[in-house]
Write a protein of this length. Structure first.
Length: 277
DNA sequence: ACCCAGGCGACGA
DNA sequence: TCGTCGCATGGG
C-alpha cells in the first residue's frame, strides 16, 4: 500500500473533529484502529485517516485523488460561518458547542440510501455489522479483506435467501426493492440530486421500505441536500425538549447540520432530556 | 432476561 | 387521515 501521507488543510477556526464526524451516526464504514487512525472505504477507495492541528491526514490514497477526499469531507464549505448563523439561537449554540467539529460528509447516493434502509429500527453498532457483511458478501475485494459497497445491479439479481447471511431481518426485502428500482431506472438517483426537494422525497419513497425518515437521511448525507432534517427517535425526544416550537429560522438553510449537532448531543447526553427517564 | 433501536407497511377505525 | 401493531435481530 502507498504509505505516503497527504494532508487536506482545514482552517483551524473551523474546529474540525475527525472522531466526532465519523462517529456521529452519519456513516457506517469507518473503524478506529488501536493506533487511533480510522480505516474506511469510500466508493471503492480504502484509506487510513487521522487529523492534526491543521486538518485531515490521509494515508494510502492514490495519486490525484485529493480532490475526491476534499469533496467527501466537504472542505469547500466553511463550517465556522455556518456555526455563526446557527448560534444566533442560544439553544442551538449549546448543542453545537458540544461537538462543533462535526462535518456532514458527502457520501455516495446509493450506499447512503441502502445503509439508511438498513438503519431503520436498528442500533448503530448493528447497522455497521450488517453493512460490513453486505460488503463482504457482495462487494469487490479491494485489498486483503477490504470490500467495496456492492452496486445496486449486483444486489438486484439476488433473492431474500441470498441475503440471509447479512442477518438484516425484515429489511432484506427492502434492500432488494431498492436495488431493483435503482438498477432498472425506476428510481434515478442522478436526477434526485437536483429535483425539487419534495419531488426527490416522493421519488425515494417509491421504494418499499423507504419512508420519510430514511428518505430524509439519504437526501442529506447522500445528496448533500442541506435543508433536510431527519427526525428519528433521538431527534424527536431532543426537539420536544429543546425546540417545542420547531427549529429556529436561522437554521433553516443549514437544517441538516443543525440536526447533526442536536442528534449527537441527544445521543451523548440522554440524561439531558427528562422524558427519557 | 429484557428493552429498545437514526422506521415502515399493513390494517382498522 | 390517524393511531396502533408486528416485524427480525442482537447490543447493552
Amino acid at each position: 500500500m502507498n504509505s505516503t501521507i497527504c494532508r487536506l488543510a482545514i482552517p483551524v477556526e473551523e474546529g474540525f473533529s475527525l472522531a466526532d464526524t465519523l462517529n456521529c451516526g452519519q456513516c457506517f464504514r469507518w473503524n478506529q484502529t488501536e493506533s487511533g487512525w480510522f480505516e474506511g472505504v469510500v466508493e471503492g477507495r480504502f484509506c487510513c485517516v487521522s487529523q492534526d492541528d491543521y486538518g485531515i491526514l490521509l494515508q494510502g490514497i492514490a495519486d490525484g485523488e485529493e480532490d475526491f477526499w476534499r469533496d467527501y469531507f466537504d472542505l469547500a464549505t466553511n463550517y465556522a460561518n455556518i456555526r455563526t448563523k446557527l448560534c444566533k439561537d442560544k439553544t442551538l449554540a449549546k448543542a453545537a458547542e458540544f461537538a462543533p467539529g462535526i462535518r456532514v460528509l458527502r457520501q455516495h447516493p446509493w450506499e447512503t440510501l441502502c445503509s439508511f434502509i438498513i438503519s431503520q429500527n436498528n442500533h448503530l453498532a448493528r447497522i455497521k455489522g450488517i453493512v460490513a457483511r453486505l460488503c463482504e458478501c457482495f462487494g469487490d475485494e479491494i485489498t486483503n479483506g477490504v470490500y467495496s459497497f456492492p452496486a445496486p445491479e449486483r444486489l438486484a439479481v439476488l433473492s431474500e435467501e441470498d441475503l440471509a447471511p447479512l442477518r438484516s431481518g425484515f429489511r432484506a426485502k427492502y434492500i432488494l426493492d431498492a436495488a431493483r428500482k435503482v438498477s432498472t431506472g425506476e428510481v434515478v438517483l442522478a436526477d434526485i440530486k437536483t429535483m425539487p426537494l419534495d419531488d426527490a422525497r416522493a421519488a425515494l419513497q417509491k421504494i418499499h421500505g423507504v419512508g420519510p425518515k430514511v428518505a430524509e437521511c439519504a437526501l442529506l448525507y447522500g445528496f448533500a441536500r442541506m435543508e433536510c432534517f431527519p427526525m428519528d427517535v433521538w431527534m424527536k425526544r431532543a426537539m420536544k425538549y429543546l425546540f417545542p416550537n420547531g427549529l429556529p429560522q436561522c437554521a433553516k438553510e443549514n437544517a441538516g447540520i443543525a440536526q447533526q449537532y442536536i442528534f449527537h448531543y441527544a445521543r451523548m447526553c440522554p440524561d439531558a432530556f427528562p422524558e427519557k427517564m
